[in-house]
Design a protein around this ligand. Structure first.
Ligand code: GUN
Length: 296
């Protein structure tokens, strides 16, 4: 079997177009412009790239982008004061504090100081609890993007066997909750899982989110399974820098029914879903109907 490629870049463009369309309507019919505030502390180069990209795409869909760049020595008190100000600002519907934070700042404390209704990352403990109990929440962007692609490809996921490899709070755990919410039978696998190849071989859906280059070989993949590769790993091969996923794409594509490439798979969906979450937060804040197909 040669897998169908799930084109995340094209899908993300479609999501952004949907968001832009809804933003246009919000402005025209309600005089409201959704606003996203992104807070970056320090000068981590990868984070700077992400934040720039987020700001650019926010403006492209017609939303207001508020960037707050703080120096690496910012105190917790100052950061919390900024978040409190953003929590109380009616023009700000979404708040994202770029992670990782410098070591002297308590990430949990900072994230949990964000108003849960504005927590477009879905990292606040209230949103984690709401998702875990099947209630309306803000859903973390990367798993939401994976879910959208899976629903688009399969329609219903009900009854499917899914394995999520990786148990991070940002991807693995919320991904498992979302798949459970769509009535999959879910296994969360991790570094201590016994006989991981066999666990993966039973799965109709494989979500790989471990951050280890090409650790899932094609012969672990069941014929016809759907493979969602969340990994973005930089490696050097043949003297060149290359981006690869957590799945060995070439061998997996020979067995899978459908697979996301790296780059161009899950990656572009994350920011698209951040914009979707900002729109959702804005609609909820204003008591308006949420856009269809952009939430879990
Ligand atoms: N750093 C890497 N990924 C993310 C993300 O999804 N959200 C935030 N806030 N920081 C990140």
């Amino acid at each position: 079997m040669v897998a169908q490629v799930i084109d995340g870049k094209a899908f993300a463009a479609k999501v952004r177009a949907q968001v832009a369309d809804q933003v246009g309507k919000l402005k025209e019919e309600n005089g409201i412009t959704p606003g996203l505030a992104v807070v970056l502390v320090g000068e981590d180069p990868a984070s700077q790239v992400y934040v720039r990209s987020k700001g650019k795409q926010t403006v492209e869909v017609g939303m207001n982008s508020y960037e707050h760049k703080l120096d690496a020595e910012t105190t917790e008190e100052d950061l919390l004061a900024l978040i409190a100000k953003l929590n109380n600002d009616p023009d700000v519907h979404g708040i994202l504090v770029q992670l990782p934070l410098p070591k002297h700042l308590n990430e949990d404390l900072v994230i949990n100081s964000i108003d849960p209704a504005k927590d477009v990352d879905g990292f606040h403990i209230s949103n984690v609890g709401l998702l875990g109990t099947g209630q309306k929440s803000m859903v973390p962007c990367t798993p939401l993007g994976c879910l959208m692609m899976l629903r688009d490809y399969h329609g219903s996921l009900s009854g499917m066997d899914a394995v999520v490899i990786g148990r991070s709070n940002i991807v693995g755990k919320p991904m498992a909750q979302l798949l459970l919410g769509d009535s999959c039978t879910v296994t969360i696998a991790h570094s201590r899982t016994k006989d991981l190849p066999d666990v993966v071989r039973r799965a109709d859906i494989v979500v790989a989110a471990v951050g280890r280059p090409e650790m899932v070989p094609g012969d672990w993949i069941k014929e016809g399974a759907t493979v969602i590769d969340v990994g973005i790993n930089r490696i050097e091969r043949d003297g060149k820098n290359k981006l690869v996923g957590d799945v060995d794409y070439a061998s997996a594509a020979e067995r899978a029914g459908a697979i996301t490439p790296v780059p161009g798979g899950v990656g572009p969906m994350t920011i698209a879903c951040l914009l979707a979450n900002t729109l959702t937060a804005c609609c909820r804040a204003n008591g308006l109907t949420e856009p269809e197909g952009l939430t879990a």
